[in-house]
Design a protein around this ligand. Structure first.
Ligand SMILES: NC(=O)c1ccc[n+]([C@@H]2O[C@H](COP(=O)([O-])OP(=O)(O)OC[C@H]3O[C@@H](n4cnc5c(N)ncnc54)[C@H](OP(=O)(O)O)[C@@H]3O)[C@@H](O)[C@H]2O)c1
Length: 260
């Protein structure tokens, strides 16, 4: 069974393992399989070119899905952002997004203006929640301070066994502020990674795969969810099986030491 985690300060729950769609080439079937296995958090972006396929995949099951998309960093002016949101809603074929994220920070646009547009979208019912992506701790704080009536509920950032810098500052800060960390590129490069013998050992002890162990490690913090991308049905199943169980504290410690 898929674990769920509370999204930021919202009280609503989202799947611990979601489905990324950057470079997604799987058509509707893998995404729908993922949803049926509990990976109901689907992540896309206006820049990915996958909003249409996501829209097709969620036809008839919209109410089961937590739908997130992102506004590109050239569209962070007030009017452009409102237009970009309309474009995403249209391509996805939905009336409202569950989560709308700023894809990358862009100093060319004052964050206050961007967040004003985000709040307007919440006010008029086009998005439910506001998030950011690739924001450093300082940028995240600025974004929080720019909001007047809403919270930042998620920061989507790179987090994998190869990229653990956010454990230092971002994860603890987000935890203290009730912000969900959405781990992107969580498994890329796993096959060529050093330390796979340890992952193998722990995987076989739990009757899991190496990828499942790696994903379970990342989501062992209570405010972290992950969004692996999978084109194949086999990979979708594997990723969904990364949830519903927990590595022991000792497993987490050993993996953490090995992948420092
Ligand atoms: N906000 C941002 O700036 C940003 C940046 C990058 C990514 N993202 C988001 O994060 C998502 C995931 O990141 P990502 O696509 O870069 O990398 P990823 O999910 O870590 O890795 C994807 C690669 O892993 C393979 N794979 C998937 N499941 C597997 C499994 N169980 N066992 C072995 N290999 C498996 C995939 O193969 P197949 O596809 O062939 O199954 C694909 O080659 C993206 O799709 C996107 O939604 C966001």
């Amino acid at each position: 069974m898929m674990n769920e985690k509370v999204l930021g300060s919202t009280g609503i729950k989202i799947s611990e393992i979601g489905q990324g769609t950057w470079n997604y080439k799987g058509d509707v079937v893998p995404l729908r399989l993922g949803v049926s296995l509990g990976a109901t958090h689907i992540d896309t972006a206006e820049i990915y070119g996958t909003e249409e396929v996501v829209g097709k995949a969620i036809e008839g099951i919209r109410d089961k899905v937590f739908l997130a998309t992102k506004v590109w960093s050239d569209h962070l002016g007030y009017d452009d952002l409102l237009r970009a949101a309309e474009g995403s809603l249209h391509r996805l074929g939905v009336k409202c997004l569950d989560l709308y994220l700023v894809h990358w920070p862009n100093p060319a646009f004052p964050i206050r203006e961007t967040m004003r547009a985000m709040e307007e979208l919440v006010k008029c019912g086009k998005i439910k929640h506001i998030g950011v992506s690739n924001f450093s701790l300082e940028e995240l704080k600025e974004a929080q301070e720019s909001l007047s009536s809403q919270d930042i509920v998620a920061n989507q950032v790179k987090y994998s066994l190869d990229a653990r810098e956010i454990e230092e500052d971002l994860i603890p800060y987000c935890k203290s502020q009730k912000i969900t960390v959405v781990a992107y590129s969580p498994i890329k490069g796993l096959a060529i990674r050093k330390g796979n013998d340890l992952l193998e050992e722990i995987a076989s002890k739990h009757g899991k795969t190496r990828t499942q162990v790696a994903l379970n490690f990342l989501t062992s913090e209570e405010n972290v969810v992950a969004i692996p991308k999978a084109n194949s049905l086999e990979h979708v199943k594997d990723n969904c099986g990364a949830s519903g169980w927990r590595l022991s504290k000792e497993d987490v410690r050993r993996i953490s030491e090995r992948f420092k």
